[in-house]
Every structure is written in C-alpha cells, then in structure tokens.
Design a protein around this ligand. Structure first.
Ligand SMILES: O=C(O)CCC(=O)C(=O)O
Ligand SMILES: [Fe+2]
Length: 317
C-alpha cells in the first residue's frame, strides 16, 4: 500500500457536476498538494484499452534493434525536440540515466519554433502512432480536470487556468524504458533525483514499480496502483503558491528484474503565456511568483538545454 492518497477525479470531468462533489475532490487535491505534492488519480476516464495498446506498442518499439530505433533519433527531430534517445543519452542533475525513451509533443506541422513540430513515429510499429495521438488529447482532458480542482482548492474559479494560461497548454509526453539494472549500485539511477519544471505531471507506470518520492521523513515508494496515474506538482505551481503546494523530489530505480515502462505526460502553461502571480482568492494571499520573466516557452528552453547539452549545441536553439 502506498502512503499517497488515491483521489477519484470523476466529478471534475463533469461539466454539470454539483458543486459539493467538486469541492470535496478539490479539498482532497489541495491537502495532497500541501502534504507531499504527489497523489494518485482515479476516475480519469482514459480507456484501459487505450492504455493497453500504448503499452504493447511501446514494448514492441523498445525491443527493436538499436539501429532501427535510431531511425527516429532525436538528432533527426531537429528543433522540434522529438524522437528516440538511447540508454545513457539523457542527463538528470548532470548524470546519465539508465533509461532510453522517446520524446513527443503536440502533433504540429513543421516550423521554426523550437519544441514544436511533427512527432517522429517508428514505421515498424505503426500502432504506436495511433495510440500516442489518441493518448495526448485524452490526457489533456485529465490535465485540465486536475487543474480545475487545483483552482478550486486555491479559492479560484474552476476555469481560472483553463481560460487563462493553460487555455492552449504546452504538452510534452515521453515514453521511457528502464532495462533491468544493477539493482543496488548506489550511483546508478533510472532517473536521478529531480523535480519537474512545470505545473503538473501525470505519470502512467507499468506494474514493476521503482518510483520513489522524497518526504520530510525520508524516501517512500510510489508503487503502481492499477487504473490510476501518479500526479505530481511541478516547480511552477510550487513557486506560484509560495511553496504551499510542493514540487517534491523524486527518482526511479528499476529493481524488478523486468523491463519497466513509464509514460510521463507534462501539462504546462501555453508556450507564449506569461505566468503572473495568482490573485488574492478565498481569503488567502498567494504571494508566490515564478522566478523568471518572459514566456513559459523561454523558461522551458532554458531547462531542456541542460538535459541534452549536446543536442542543444547541435541544434543551436
Ligand atoms: O519514470 C518514472 O516513473 C518517473 C519519470 C519522471 O520523474 C519524469 O520523467 O520526470
Ligand atoms: Fe519527474
């Protein structure tokens, strides 16, 4: 059993749901955000069959030989920042991670804007494209619903974010494969300790476990709970709330002996949006503010450059 709460967000997905139902969910979300900044989301409405298709297609992709996977390597994704990276290719806190993965974002036509453009999908696994393109809008809906609960919990109107700086959210989606690793090498992590940059992360993980969360009293596991996503607060929401809603460090080590897959979906402010302080609401002063000026896109670019320094130099973003 996990120490992190499971919150059924179904009322937040209903446009006409009675206020008291939404309010109770929002209160649970607010409490979880203040406690650990981590909770599980159930009642999210994403079909289990879609999740199964996504998982199966991803396993087929990662089982392909490396040269085939390299046909969609990030180097070919250019400034759009999409595609495959091999084990050790991504740095967290300056160290290579024991994972490989694929970066995706909202599917867009080619253009000059960094982190925007078409996704790279593997020709050998056509069903991956279908599953990802269905998953992104399904998760965007979940992201908006959780943000409506967060808005209510902050004393703001339910649609504060949805009609504001997440009206056209920045969506990043990744699929990670953690091969079974040297289980207890103290220096080797699937993902090293870090916090997430933005507003919300919604993580689908398979049954293998391995995600750990740093609490005031030490590291705890966030084990898989069937039918849920793990939701955690990013740095931006932490800053906006003056640290009341926590962006909590977490890390991954795959000790299962199996191939672990995870699917983090990042739900963040629009690329061109500025992120002003939250208004006075519900009798509460939200005196936090983000520590950057300019747009969310500029902030994100400065972060991503640290994770893939080589690519960043090549692409001259
Ligand atoms: O793979 C996981 O379980 C967590 C991944 C993660 O923390 C991230 O991508 O930010
Ligand atoms: Fe993370």
């Amino acid at each position: 059993m996990s120490e992190l709460p499971v919150i059924d967000i179904a009322p937040l997905l209903q446009a006409e749901a009675a206020d008291p139902g939404k309010r109770a969910v929002a209160d649970a979300i607010g409490a979880a955000c203040r406690e650990h900044g981590f909770f599980y989301v159930s009642g999210h409405g994403v079909p289990p069959a879609l999740i199964e298709r996504l998982d199966a297609a991803s396993r087929r992709f990662f089982a392909l030989p490396e040269p085939v996977k390299d046909e969609i390597s990030m180097a070919r994704g250019g400034r759009a920042w999409r595609g495959f990276f091999p084990v050790g290719g991504e740095l967290t806190s300056g160290r290579p991670d024991l994972k490989e993965g694929i970066y995706f974002g909202a599917e867009q036509p080619p253009g000059d804007l960094p982190l925007h453009g078409p996704n790279l999908f593997p020709a050998q696994v056509p069903e991956l494209r279908e599953a990802v393109l269905e998953y992104l809008p399904a998760m965007t809906r979940v992201g908006q619903a959780v943000m409506s609960g967060i808005a209510l919990s902050l004393g703001l109107a339910e649609d504060y974010f949805r009609t504001g700086y997440t009206a056209d959210p920045t969506i990043l989606f990744r699929i990670f494969h953690y091969p079974p690793g040297p289980a207890d090498d103290p220096d080797t992590w699937g993902v090293g300790e870090h916090t997430d940059y933005g507003l919300l992360t919604l993580l689908l993980q398979d049954g293998n476990g391995g995600l750990q969360v740093r609490t005031a009293t030490g590291w705890i596991e966030a084990p898989p709970v069937p039918g849920t996503f793990v939701c955690n607060i990013g740095d931006m929401l932490d800053k906006l709330t003056g640290g009341r809603y926590r962006s909590t460090p977490h890390r991954v080590r795959n000790r299962s002996g199996n191939e672990r897959l995870s699917f983090p979906f990042f739900f963040d402010p629009g690329w061109d949006s500025e992120v002003p302080p939250l208004p006075y609401a519900g009798g509460q002063r939200w005196d936090g503010q983000v520590d950057f000026t300019g747009t969310y896109g500029e902030y994100l670019l400065s972060k991503v450059s640290k994770v893939f320094p080589h690519l960043f130099e090549q692409q001259q973003l």
